[in-house]
Design a protein around this ligand. Structure first.
Ligand code: NAP
Length: 338
């Protein structure tokens, strides 16, 4: 029998790769978008058999549409959540849709008799509020929301996953819930409407990042992440599971050098300079982007994905490949002009 899965946020970067893989593996897919005006453009990008994907209008901030989107589905991948390019002044702009949207999707899933609900959380919910140093994180860790300086996005992902798990414990019944916590998602890009995570490579390539602060990030490839979602949708006994989805941690400096080495003249705008920590601290007083990274200076956040590898037999490609493939697509699509 063909299974039908709802993927929320079908216009998004990760959801696009996930929908493609699900269709390729024989699933019927329902997907939500905020407005059906986006349907034609998303279908064109997905480029899959149109009869395998059905679109529904549903917003994380409203109840309308979620029940219809889930009718006839057995599984849900709840991927939608706001991931803006900038930092909003009011954290609730992200926290409210992330948390309430997850709870809306969970309530609708239970009412529709969904078997399994896989939520795309983030390492933002795992590894922040720890201060400077070399850290090793597993699924047992949670971001400490009591610490100052957490960005609205970090708060939104932590609050949303906590709220989802609390709701499951109190009201989940037979619904099976698990979460996937990716680090920075890179890899091929299909369109100019790319995810905020891609902008780190774009800013290096187009030279708008004029010097590298001493920060870094774990990287996961969007293709591997889609694959992990499919594994979590289909493996037995996933109730309560949590999976870090990350390759190794890479410093921005190393990523910049990698781009210069791999792309040669096409990466001539990639900076060779570093910015000292004191300058980032000064800039943090008036620049929201510097403020968002000041707590990261000098830190190494190793995200341990061995649980996903052991339980779901998951494999990742090297982070170097994901970074170079991101850059290649940005150049090929004309988003960055070398
Ligand atoms: P994306 O391309 O920006 O996708 C976000 C999706 O969420 C879009 O489809 C967006 O719809 C939808 N969305 C936002 N606000 C909404 C609302 N109020 N109602 C309904 N839909 C809404 O980002 P992505 O990288 O694919 O991220 C997808 C998920 O992965 C998110 O949960 C994100 O937190 C998580 N994640 C991403 C990364 C990363 O590095 N990219 C890392 C860890 C976790 P519109 O197109 O209408 O805006």
């Amino acid at each position: 029998m063909t299974n039908t899965v709802l993927v929320s946020g079908g216009s998004g970067y990760i959801a696009g790769f996930l929908i493609r893989q699900l269709v390729a593996e024989g699933w019927m897919v329902h997907t939500t978008v905020r407005s059906l005006a986006k349907e034609a453009a998303v279908r064109a990008l997905l480029a899959v058999d149109n009869s395998r994907v059905k679109f529904f209008a549903a917003d994380l901030n409203a109840d309308a549409g979620w029940a219809e989107a889930m009718a006839g589905c057995s599984h849900v991948a709840h991927v939608a959540s706001p991931l803006p390019m900038g930092v909003p002044k009011d954290a609730n702009e992200l926290i409210v849709p992330a948390r309430d949207g997850a709870l809306r999707a969970l309530r609708a899933a239970k009412a529709a008799g969904i078997k399994r609900f896989v939520m795309t959380s983030s390492v933002a919910a795992i590894s922040y509020g720890r201060g400077r140093g070399v850290h090793h994180f597993t699924e047992a860790d949670w971001t400490d929301l009591s610490k100052p300086g957490l960005t609205p996005y970090i708060q939104s992902k932590t609050v949303a996953e906590r709220a989802a798990r609390d709701w499951m414990a109190a009201e989940g019944g037979d619904l099976e819930y698990c979460s996937i916590c990716p680090s920075v998602v890179l890899g091929p890009v299909w369109s100019r409407d790319y995810s905020a995570s891609i902008s780190v490579v774009k800013k290096l390539l187009d030279g708008s990042l004029r010097a590298c602060p001493d920060i870094g990030f774990g990287v996961v490839d969007v293709r591997d992440l889609a694959d992990l979602h499919v594994r979590a949708l289909t493996a037995p006994n996933m109730a309560g599971e949590r999976f870090i989805a990350s390759g190794r941690f890479i410093k921005l400096r190393e990523a910049a050098d990698l781009l210069r080495d791999a792309l040669g003249p096409e990466a001539h705008k990639v900076t060779t300079r570093n910015v000292p920590d004191w300058l980032v601290r000064v800039a943090a007083h008036f620049n929201p982007v510097a403020k968002a990274v000041v707590g990261e200076l000098g830190s190494v956040r190793n995200q341990d994905a061995s649980h996903a590898k052991a339980v779901l037999n998951w494999a990742t490609r090297p982070v170097e490949q994901s970074i170079v493939d991101t850059a290649r697509c940005l150049i090929d699509l004309g988003i960055v002009k070398p």
